[in-house]
Design a protein around this ligand. Structure first.
Ligand SMILES: Nc1ncnc2c1ncn2[C@@H]1O[C@H](COP(=O)(O)OP(=O)(O)OP(=O)(O)O)[C@@H](O)[C@H]1O
Ligand SMILES: CC(C)(CO)[C@@H](O)C(=O)[O-]
Ligand code: BAL
Length: 279
């Protein structure tokens, strides 16, 4: 496996493969890898000749200094996992490589970032859009792989690709969960034993809400039940939204919709986690 910290040697490596007509898959991550990330790598491996995984904790998408400072960083273990899964190349740049000087470009996604993650993490999607654009320009992949866990991120990147004419095909990969249903997440590493026990309520609340929505019921009532369940378990609910997974618009009448996403965010002992189900 090739490991690149700088852009030019990575591009030499990629150009060689592109020259021979090889297809390139990109898996952008912030490291502290788990099975969720590896499923993205495997999806890329099955579609492409060469898979590049990027590992970069992007400061411009953090709206909270503590969240950035405490973000788990486990590069040596990450490289071992990627080697084991047979990833071809890793791009793990420093801040100096990614941002030669502080960036000034800001991206707005109109109503797409006025809700959920965008609402509660101001500036988050501007930073995501910026770093993903940089990665697309640096790697110029044929395909790029993102997890459904960050559903809003996926829809926003779809918009970015259309608006900026990036020549890349986006793939959404399903959520990988722990045995009890908790969505795998790098931030789960920050949970203590008690927090880990409480965290599963986010998934339980999503599955309960999904059951409630099988019969005609007011969405507001479902929202109240979810808030009650989550807070009863000692988890602070930030939002629970019922939306169209393709457009992110609020769903008010389930029976008229083919596709619905239930999205949740909450704080478990100070650690912010998100999850969703699409049905
Ligand atoms: N459980 C999962 N299943 C599938 N994909 C996932 C999962 N968790 C994260 N991903 C995807 O992996 C990519 C990199 O995500 P990231 O490095 O932020 O990890 P993360 O586990 O989401 O961390 P955190 O949520 O704590 O920031 C994203 O596209 C994300 O959606
Ligand atoms: C896409 C991404 C790697 C950009 O930093 C990040 O937002 C993530 O890990 O989902
Ligand atoms: N997985 C989304 C990256 C973040 O939380 O900033």
């Amino acid at each position: 496996m090739e490991v690149y910290k700088d852009i030019t040697p990575l591009q030499h490596y990629l150009n060689e493969h592109k020259f021979h007509g090889k297809k390139i898959g990109l898996v952008p991550t912030m490291g502290a890898l788990h099975e969720g990330h590896l499923s993205l790598v495997r999806a890329s491996q099955s579609d492409n000749d060469v898979t590049v995984c990027s590992i970069y904790v992007n400061p411009t998408q953090f709206n909270n200094d503590q969240d950035l400072a405490k973000y788990p960083r486990t590069l040596d273990d990450d490289l071992t996992m990627l080697r084991e899964v047979g990833c071809d190349a890793v791009f793990c740049p420093s801040d100096q490589v990614m941002y030669i000087e502080p960036s000034r470009t800001r991206l707005l996604f109109d109503r797409l970032d006025h809700i959920m993650e965008g609402k509660f993490r101001p500036g988050h999607f501007s930073g995501v859009g910026l770093v993903v654009s940089k990665l697309f320009n640096i790697v110029a992949p044929d395909r790029a792989y993102f997890g459904q866990k960050d559903l809003q991120q996926f829809v926003i990147i779809q918009q970015l690709v259309k608006d900026l004419s990036f020549n890349v095909e986006l793939k959404r990969v399903p959520i990988i969960r722990e045995n009890d249903g908790l969505a795998m997440s790098s931030r789960n590493r920050r949970l203590g034993k008690e927090g880990r026990g409480k965290a599963v309520i986010l998934y339980k609340a999503l599955t309960e809400a999904q059951k409630m929505l099988k019969v005609p019921v007011a969405i507001e009532q479902v929202k109240q039940e979810v808030r009650g369940m989550v807070e009863q378990a000692g988890v602070q609910l930030e939002y629970f939204e019922v939306i169209d997974p393709d457009t992110l618009t609020a769903v008010t009448n389930i029976s008229e919709k083919n596709n619905v996403a239930l999205c949740v965010a909450g704080y478990v002992d100070g650690v912010r986690l998100i999850d969703n189900v699409v049905f």
